[in-house]
Ligand binder design. Structure first.
Ligand code: NAP
Ligand code: GDD
Length: 321
């Protein structure tokens, strides 16, 4: 039987690398869209590079995506590419909108033009709930974004719904709560903490500067969440899903657990630096993923303490080598 073909945008990112591994294990032929850069940034996919095919395209350029689709002929497209760092969205709001919002329209329209039968997954975000209007947040909770990134994701979400309703495309949106891993970018708070803890333990630093320690997030493991993306696209009906653990923890708690993994007290090392405080904050997120549990049979496997420990141990190990 011919292998199913999937195209992943954002394959060089955290989720792209885990999703590529997952789809390869399911027997897919995996294509990854990468953007041109002056140096290669394949650290997260080096170990699978001989099993996947990389093609060049950019969310800012619809022509490039039409060509990528014609070349790769996928049955499923996972749109994971985005300017994904919330803090940067205040200093680059227009770029964030071009990539994270309009990029979705460019890709959807390229699919409509080349092959409207392609199934499409959009990486929507719990950041869309922002100043939350309901606790916990589910698929029916109204959005109240608090950053240019959140606003862009709301646009990406609704244009996906709109292409589904206007053009009868199998286009869906996964509203994923924060998910982390040892492959998380170093600027995100969890990896910044795990890496900081490892550096302090090894005597390379003595302090870790953070912003708002009271913000609460529903943190899961990225490896669990990419499975949910795939399950969503296998359903007969095109529907949106919330994916979360259902538990929330503060940045302060993350620090407590992370420092305790190496026998240190977080209060001896963490300092608050105003530079990391955001112009508008998302104070509290906790998701209700009961729809995913019911219809997809999905639930988060890795629990909070195990996730923190996995990240800290990984950073210690890689700094030692
Ligand atoms: P990430 O590590 O920042 O990866 C983003 C990817 O997008 C990278 O591969 C990047 O390529 C690519 N990209 C950025 N701009 C592009 C452009 N103009 N054209 C083509 N590719 C471009 O993000 P992630 O954590 O894996 O998240 C994946 C997606 O899920 C993102 O859309 C994010 O907003 C969304 N999301 C993430 C979470 C989470 O907690 N991780 C939660 C909800 C939603 P380069 O390597 O070249 O920079
Ligand atoms: N990055 C960062 N750095 N965040 C800090 C720091 C710091 O030094 N100190 C405190 N924080 C707080 C932020 O203010 C925020 O409330 C929380 O830690 C989490 O920040 P991030 O790890 O940067 O993630 P995020 O929640 O803003 O965004 C991530 O999750 C979204 C899903 O809700 C990203 O992955 C987004 O792409 C994703 O959509």
């Amino acid at each position: 039987m011919a292998k199913s073909r999937a195209l992943i945008t954002g394959i060089t990112g955290q989720d792209g690398s885990y999703l590529a591994e997952f789809l390869l294990a399911q027997g897919y032929e995996v294509f990854g869209m990468i953007r041109r850069s002056s140096t290669v940034n394949f650290e997260r996919i080096t170990h699978i590079q001989d099993k996947i095919s990389l093609v060049t395209g950019d969310l800012l350029d619809e022509v490039s995506m039409i060509n990528v689709l014609k070349q790769t002929k996928p049955r499923e497209v996972y749109n994971l590419a985005a300017q994904s760092f919330v803090q940067t969205s205040w200093s680059q709001p227009v770029f964030t909108g071009e990539t994270t919002a309009l990029g979705v329209t460019r890709l959807l329209d390229a699919i409509r033009t080349v092959d409207p039968e392609i199934r499409f997954y959009q990486a929507s975000s719990s950041e869309m709930f922002g100043r939350v209007l309901e606790v916990p947040q589910n698929e029916a909770t109204p959005f109240y974004p608090r950053s240019p990134y959140g606003v862009a994701k709301v646009y990406g979400h609704w244009i996906t719904v709109n292409y589904r309703e206007s053009h009868q495309m199998h286009a869906i949106s996964g509203i994923l709560f924060n998910h982390e891993s040892p492959r998380r970018g170093l600027e995100f708070v969890t990896r910044k903490i795990s890496n900081g803890v490892a550096r302090i333990k090894l005597g390379l630093e003595s302090t870790l500067a953070l912003g708002n320690l009271e913000a609460q997030r529903d943190w899961g493991f990225a490896g669990d969440y990419v499975k949910a993306m795939w399950l969503m696209l296998q359903q007969d009906a095109a529907e949106d899903f919330v994916i979360s653990t259902g538990e929330t923890h503060s940045v302060r708690e993350f620090c407590e657990v992370a420092f305790s993994v190496v026998g240190l007290n977080w209060q001896d090392h963490v300092v608050v630096d105003e530079a990391f405080i955001r112009p508008a904050e998302v104070d509290f997120l906790v998701g209700d993923s009961s729809k995913a549990q019911r219809l997809l049979g999905w639930k988060a496997e890795v629990e909070f303490p195990a996730l923190v420990e996995m990240m800290v141990r990984h950073d210690l190990e890689s700094l030692r080598n």
